[in-house]
Design a protein around this ligand. Structure first.
Ligand code: NAD
Length: 414
């Protein structure tokens, strides 16, 4: 293995995982010297009864200062500022995020505003804006995808400017992350599938990206093995508690990997598609991941081939000649999307022309692809991608991903 000449790896989050992990919350808050937390969640999560499960687990051992359940998809700058004001008004001293990436990132945003004694999250955009530890934050993920429960990132959308902004700081790492299988049993099949492919993308892009290092490699490989064995299972049988817990672990492992190795063009284009067309993040990741592999393979052939070990298992890996392994990895990811499509009754989209909005209209009209390509030019994740991309490259990838055809290798940069 080629070791990088220098790297840093940081994950200070205490992870508590198990089928009954929520019961630890009162002790956790005591350790963090907090006694009046605000619960941040969204309507879908609260409606699925998950906040009640959390409250049931803490029984009367905790005073809850406030419950805010109006986080929108992809979070929102104004909502963050409003909920920060609510936190202060109710005299809270800690945050418990119960939800997917949108909720966890909102809680991180609120934490910046309340800890800094400010009124607007925008004042803290840009590197190095945070200088000191924030209030205690406990993350309880209810999707198994983003890994936000262990990452130093908060993605918050400015809905007015159609922009997704990333806030990055070690101070954004939650103090504790609780992975409890009860939190994902209610996750619908299509969201299970797409968010699981988000975790897969974190692990795969971290592993072949320019900032890979041995510690993030280890977590990425462990994540890919768990996802390969459990994502289709959990999508097909939502009440499989073992598969749910395995996926919760996988998402956290993949989060640790990418939080330290960053991601690449799949995220660049995914962020842009999410911003321009409002497509959920995991859906973009699932569709674009095969193209990230195809576009970069000439730079990372041997490294990508190693991914066939956690995907196919040791026996099949050993039987597959080295020069065929990357082909098998790409085929594996495409087949996984197909299996998830079947397991979700056709609701998991395999290409962009298949994605529809709430009214059933195409969510990614072909004529918007140039807008997406232009937006992608401004996304920082591209710096960690092995091969360069300009506007024409982005457009070429988007067109293939829209149609669902393999990339024309003759048109990829050398
Ligand atoms: P999400 O949080 O937007 O949730 C998707 C939907 O699923 C919501 O309607 C929610 O109500 C519902 N839901 C969630 N859990 C449920 C459950 N257990 N049962 C029933 N319904 C449930 O989706 P997400 O994919 O987890 O998060 C996406 C966001 O995370 C995006 O904004 C993305 O940019 C961001 N993100 C952040 C990071 C990070 O490191 N901070 C990494 C990747 C993505």
């Amino acid at each position: 293995m080629d070791l990088p000449g220098y790297y840093e790896y940081h994950c200070s989050v205490k992870v508590i995982a198990g089928h009954d992990a929520l019961e630890k919350i009162p002790g956790i808050l005591q350790d963090l010297h907090a006694c009046r937390p605000m619960i941040v969640t969204d309507k879908g999560v609260a409606g699925a009864g998950l906040v009640d499960i959390v409250l049931g687990a803490v029984k009367d051992q905790l005073v809850i200062g406030a419950v805010a359940d109006d986080v929108p998809p992809d979070s929102d700058l104004r909502v963050v500022n409003r909920l920060a004001a609510l936190y202060r008004e109710k005299g809270c001293d800690a945050l418990i995020a119960v939800g997917g990436g949108s909720v966890m990132d909102t809680a991180k945003g609120i934490n910046i505003v309340v800890s800094e004694g400010a009124d607007d999250l925008m004042k803290f955009s840009g590197a190095g804006a945070l200088k000191r530890p924030l209030k205690p934050l406990v993350a309880i993920p209810t999707t198994a995808g983003t890994g936000s429960e262990v990452t130093l990132v908060a993605v918050v959308k400015d809905h007015e400017r159609h922009l997704k902004m990333a806030f990055v700081s070690y101070f954004l790492l939650p103090d504790v992350s609780i992975l409890d299988s009860r939190m994902t049993l209610s996750l619908p099949a299509a969201i299970t599938a797409a968010t699981g492919m988000d975790a897969m993308t974190h692990a795969v892009e971290a592993y072949y990206g320019l900032s890979k290092n041995p510690l993030s490699d280890a977590t990425a490989l462990a994540a890919i093995r768990l996802i390969s064995g459990n994502l289709v299972k959990a999508t097909r049988n939502p009440s499989d508690r073992e598969a749910r817990l395995a996926m919760a672990n996988a998402a956290a492992l993949a989060g640790m990997a990418f939080s330290n190795s960053m991601v690449g063009m799949v995220h660049t284009l995914g962020h842009a598609t999410g911003s321009v067309c409002g497509v959920p993040h995991g859906v973009c990741m699932a569709i674009l991941l095969p193209y990230g592999l195809e576009y970069n393979r000439h730079k990372r052939e041997a490294i990508m081939g190693e991914l066939f070990f956690p995907m196919g298992g040791s026996d099949v890996f050993a039987r597959t000649p080295k020069e065929q392994r990357t082909d098998r990895v790409i085929a594996y990811v495409r087949q996984m999307n197909q299996d998830l499509h079947d397991a979700s009754g056709g609701r998991h989209a395999r290409y962009f022309k298949e994605v529809s909005d709430r009214e059933g209209k195409p969510a990614v009209p072909r004529e918007r692809l140039p807008d997406i390509a232009r937006t992608a030019l401004g996304d920082g994740s591209i710096f960690y991608n092995p091969e360069e991309l300009d506007y024409d490259d982005f457009l070429m990838v988007l067109e293939a991903a829209w149609e669902g055809v393999a990339l024309d290798s003759g048109r990829i940069r050398e």
